[in-house]
Write a protein that binds this ligand. Structure first.
Ligand code: SAM
Ligand code: SF4
Length: 454
């Protein structure tokens, strides 16, 4: 039964929940800032919210289904609040919104607004429209105006590490992936625009910036000299910002690891020795069916070139098991490539058929129990590599950027250059500082140590 109609109002409290990738985290912060300009204050409690925004992910079926189960809870909350005379606006943003559009409303009538990732700068205006027309709205256009130009300047940073989206969308069309359909074609922001945002962040205490893009190393934004700049040029330029201590970027495609970017890893001190470089499969036949346009051998050669430029580099990756038609032998090739590289960290997934993608139409879908078995074996191997990498850090002194208080009193948590979480006893005044930490112990996912004099 739908809740009684209560007229929604502008302003009040907004709760934003982010699903999926770091780009969604960035987008959620930008939405919160855009709404703040229109009288919405942020709340971390959904029960207090007058406006609930779910910023969704469509990459795998599980991610999309999570959103609908959350919407079930939101529907009950909205009904309870309506019974108490309080209105609630429910918005679904992000990639599920883009991919499913009006279907979201059909599946969950408690939703008032469906807004795609390219239109979220219009949120305040769309909410005003809902209020005016007392009707639900779907906006999944790819508007001509740049959303970045329409968003307000960044609010003071929440901590010393921040994300900054420099590139969006993807033209690669890997056959398993929804991103080119939900995020659209590749778009790079201009260097001036990015620099302004980076300086703004550094001005509010940020020491580390992670440059984001679905295909970040395909970056080709217009530079101050009017030519198209590469990601390496952008990184070298941003590294000149005084007060900015660390730069990272994610996610990269092996095909776009250009020579200048590899060289930057060896030359630019502020660029952290960590690289997320998905390989997806170790089988050339599967890689071709995925439309990845590189072979296992080419990936290994690339890794060798990156390690020659920066021997300290820690590599991370994404792997998919059970792509349609993947045989046991082809899966073994994935295990072999993983063994050969030795990753410091990795994300591994069971292939998930996504509507509208070419791979979903292929025959020979791999049974779920086979995918689960392969994933388990792969994860055992990857976890072993991660533990081995962490163990090798014990006894070393690593510079750690302290980001937030730890769970235990008197403890802070920071990040090593290799993106590991590091726990150490430290005063709150050390937040935002980079200090040498001698690593004394490690677990599968984090390190622990003591601060040593510099
Ligand atoms: N652009 C990045 C690249 O090409 O390496 C990846 C971006 S995607 C958001 C993150 C990861 O999700 C991919 O690297 C892939 O491993 C995984 N992924 C994407 N589509 C998938 C699917 N249909 N099933 C399982 N995993 C998927
Ligand atoms: Fe998806 Fe990445 Fe392939 Fe683009 S390059 S289609 S984002 S997996």
């Amino acid at each position: 039964m739908s809740p009684p109609a209560v007229e929604p109002r502008l302003g009040g409290k907004v709760f934003v929940k982010s699903y999926g990738c770091q780009m969604n985290v960035y987008d959620s912060e930008r939405m919160t800032e855009a709404l703040a300009e229109h009288g919405y204050s942020h709340t971390s409690s959904i029960d207090d919210a007058d406006l609930i925004v779910l910023n969704t992910c469509h990459i795998r079926e599980k991610a999309a289904e999570k959103v609908y189960s959350e919407l079930g809870r939101v529907r009950e909350l909205k009904a309870e609040r309506a019974a108490a005379g309080r209105s609630t606006v429910v918005a679904v943003a992000g990639c599920v919104a883009q991919a499913e559009g009006p279907e979201v409303l059909a599946r969950e009538p408690a939703v008032d607004l469906v807004v795609g990732p390219q239109s979220y700068h219009r949120l305040p205006e769309l909410i005003a429209r809902i209020r005016r027309e007392n009707n639900s709205v779907v906006d999944t256009e790819f508007p001509r105006e740049s959303k970045f130009a329409s968003l307000p300047a960044r609010a003071p940073a929440q901590g010393p590490a921040a994300f900054l989206t420099v590139q969006e969308g993807c033209d690669k069309f890997c056959t398993f992936c929804v991103v080119p359909y939900t995020r659209g074609t590749e778009y790079s922001r201009s260097v001036a625009d990015i620099e302004r945002e980076a300086r703004n962040l550094v001005g509010t205490g940020v020491r580390e910036i992670t440059l984001l893009g679905q295909n970040v190393n395909a970056y080709h934004g217009s530079g101050p000299d009017g030519t198209s700049w590469s990601l390496a040029q952008l990184i070298r330029h941003l590294a000149n910002i005084e007060g900015l201590a660390r730069l990272r970027y994610t996610t990269s495609h092996p095909r776009d690891m250009s020579d200048d970017l590899i060289a930057a890893h060896g030359e630019e001190e502020k660029l952290m020795p960590y690289l997320h470089l998905p390989f997806q499969s170790g089988s050339d036949r599967i890689l071709a069916a995925m439309n990845r346009k590189h072979t296992a051998e080419q990936y290994l050669e690339l890794v060798a070139r990156i390690r020659a430029a920066q021997p300290q580099i820690a590599l991370s990756t994404d792997v998919i098991v059970g792509f349609p038609g993947e045989t046991e032998r082809e899966f073994e090739e994935t295990l072999a490539l993983t063994r050969e590289v030795g990753f410091a960290q990795a994300y591994s997934f069971k292939y998930s058929a996504r509507p509208g993608t070419p791979a979903a139409k292929l025959g020979a879908q791999v049974p779920d129990e086979v995918k689960s078995r392969r994933l388990l074996r792969l994860r055992e191997q990857l976890n072993g590599q991660q533990s081995a990498f962490n163990t090798r850090c014990v006894g070393r002194v690593l510079p750690v950027l302290f980001e937030k208080p730890g769970r235990r009193t008197g403890q802070l948590v920071g990040r090593s250059p290799y993106l590991q979480a590091v726990h150490a006893e430290a005063a709150l005044g050390h937040l935002g500082r980079i200090l040498p930490v001698e690593i004394l112990a490690c677990g599968p996912n984090s390190l622990a140590g003591v601060i040593r004099p510099a």
